[in-house]
Design a binder for this molecule. Structure first.
Ligand code: AMP
Length: 209
């Protein structure tokens, strides 16, 4: 039998929408992912394994070929830069927007804007294109708190319903990009495991339609 293919999946919010999609493509984990502490899972296909990792690590695993394929949000991919991997399919799941957000009634400083975010690369590029000088404050979570406690003037974060912003007195300001999950493939895997990898990409593509 040829080498098995490994698909890297992100833990958390995206997983709930990813598993039904994979099931439609005929790929189902043998164990219940939500009830297990395992990180590697066999599937009903002997040639396909799943690894469950943090979303921000998915592009890195695929880039280095530790996983042949991966499913990650456009936010994570844009922040990573996409080196060594192909973005093959827009899975149209876990959709939301990457936005700037701040207080609705507070004028922004004319000089250096302080921006708190988990996405420093995307944020840097966005403000650079606008010729705006910003001070980036890298956070790992709860961005909404930063303007409330005066750590930053605005934030850059994912917005879905807008409830999280509203609950903290913030409002969406500008859209930076539309987000959805994407199927990514390691460049070398597509050459070396050509047949199997291509067939799997096609199966998942069909499941989206
Ligand atoms: P909401 O309150 O519905 O606007 O959701 C905003 C919160 O959920 C923020 O903390 C986001 O980081 C997170 N979030 C929303 N959509 C997504 C998504 N598609 N993927 C990952 N995190 C998300």
């Amino acid at each position: 039998m040829s080498d098995p293919l490994t698909i890297a999946l992100a833990k958390g919010r995206i997983l709930d929408e990813t598993l039904p999609l994979l099931a439609r493509a005929g790929i189902e984990p043998v164990d219940d992912l939500s009830k297990s502490r395992k990180l590697v899972f066999a599937t009903n296909h002997p040639g396909i394994n799943l690894v469950l990792i943090r979303s921000a690590d998915v592009p890195t695993y695929v880039q280095y070929g530790a996983a042949d394929l991966g499913i990650a949000g456009k936010d994570v991919l844009a922040e990573h830069g996409g080196e060594g991997l192909y973005e093959r399919v827009d899975l149209k799941i876990a959709t939301c927007k990457m936005m700037t957000a701040g207080f609705p009634d507070r004028p922004l400083p004319r000089t250096r804007l302080k921006v708190a975010t988990k996405y420093p690369e995307i944020t840097r590029r966005f403000f650079l294109e606008r010729g705006r000088q910003v001070e980036l404050i890298k956070l790992y979570g709860s961005m909404e708190l930063a303007p409330v406690v005066g750590l930053a003037d605005i934030i850059v974060d994912l917005v879905d319903s807008g409830n999280t912003l509203r609950a903290n007195g913030l409002t969406p300001l500008e859209t930076i990009m539309d987000i959805s999950s994407r199927l990514i493939v390691n460049r070398a895997a597509l050459k070396m495991k050509n047949e199997a990898a291509k067939a799997l990409v096609e199966k998942i593509e069909k499941a989206v339609e």
